[in-house]
Design a binder for this molecule. Sequence first.
Ligand code: FAD
Length: 545
Amino acid sequence: MNKAKIVIIGGVAAGASAAARLRRLNEAAEILILERGKYVSYANCGLPYHIGGVIADRDDLIVTRPEKFASWFNIEVRVCSEVISIDRGNRRVLVKGGEGEYFEPYDKLIIATGASAFTPKTEGDDNPNVRHLWTMSDMDNIISALSGAGPNPKVTIVGGGFIGLETAENLRHKGVEVSLIQRSHHVLPVFDEEMARPLADELRAMGVNLIFGRTVEKYENAEGGVVAVLSGGERVFSNIVISSTGVKPNSELAVKSGIECSKGGFIKVDEHMRTSDENIYAAGDVVEIAEPIFNSRTHIPLAGPANKQGRITADNIAGIESVYKGTYGASVVKVGKYAAASVGMTEKRLKADGKKYRKIYIHPSSSASYYPGASRMDIKLIFGDDGTIYGAQIIGEKGVDKRIDAIAQAMYAGFKADALGELELAYAPPFSSAKDPVNYAGFVASNVLTGKSTPVYAENIPDGAVVLDVREPSEVANGKIPNSVNIPLGQLRGRLSEIDKSRLVVASCQVGLRGYLAERILKQNGFNAANLSGGYLTWKAVNSK
Ligand code: FAD
């Protein structure tokens, strides 16, 4: 590449990484970042943590300032400079800056305009106390509104996704009274309901007033704040509302200039991040990308994909062929003592799409169970009849992120669910078990795929089945599945004659392991047997309201 002029619209995750990579590849190019906000290259992911005081110094959120872009990279950054249109015919953009409007020519253009917080139109949402948390200025405004709200500030958060949850936790750190309103019956949309249950318990333990199954019908002015009127008629007063109900792509520029976009308004790009205009690339939250599991298209607003796409865009502009293969959506969020992580599709999504799937639940220990401090994690693995991994969800106090990463990499590599059992994973007692939870998920999936184990799920135990609880009586005394029969595993071989051979026998234990052992004994003695996946723990999560 030569002295081409590359203009980048948007200077945060995708835009900043494209700019820096371009410079590393080409000393001669002229690179200009146009950013409508006051900051470039800042950590929007850190915003909730500064509100909570965990990241004490606001300046720590700013990764690279314009002066550093200039001195380290010889990249010009113009903040407070909004691109208001793209003139593709003349290869130039119209910019509105502090000194009025002007045209800026380009040879190659990168649209890295990201997404914005989106709230469905609600009566009264123009109330100044109804806010979002998306930018540094949003964060500053929230902090200053809270400091002016008197000794006991109250905040209502609408939406229990990543940002809503992180904001709730951080506000509680600050002693703020928090109500969280969620349309569905569980938080974290990338989780299925039964897997998200511990998060609700944890939020309540943190003092969050959780309101499920409600939407905000309207906002009303109130002295010192705003009242959210909910679909059930409840009225929730707070000093401010933080609406975290979703995002929409900032693609108006692309749409208006005739660049091809999806129905949802995301910019369509090829695997090189090139748009329908060969001189214009796009990356980050604003694009639609490949969904590799079912070979469809998706949009996933996460920082990792945005950064990688920025880098890949730069490679291709610099003449290095580089391909973006798609996003599985690996994500993790901290909620109190828990980490909740997921990748791929939820069961809810697969059902809605009419896909056939299998699933398993396991509850292994984060590290060797004999090592002090080991704690339980809940894992749900979803896969197809051919073993293709469709998705996974993990919640626990320790080691959750590395397990989801291992599964995500297996998905990326095209490994099947049973191959998780073969992954080589580092082990010493403080960190894992010789059979890591991910290996264990692979073993269980393999047993299911090869018919050694037939899983039955808590939500649909077949009518007429005998539920055989093989736990010890002391465990059963702490809770059991109604109408289950208890024969402890150690006595099972001697008491087979007590079990009705004409009926399906669903073996059940605490987490699914002893149930599987019982299932194998039963099957090899001529019973029609199955194992309750995830045992009593999963049954309780599914059946508790
Ligand atoms: P952005 O980072 O949003 O940057 C786009 C920039 O373009 C903006 O600065 C905008 O002002 C500018 N722009 C838009 N239009 C114009 C225009 N016309 N002219 C000039 N400039 C324009 N992701 C994770 O993976 N993990 C997390 O923990 C996480 N936490 C988050 C917490 C919060 C509070 C927020 C808001 C986001 C979080 N994300 C997280 C998401 C992540 O930050 C985004 O996916 C990522 O920043 C997207 O990068 P981007 O470059 O596409 O867009």
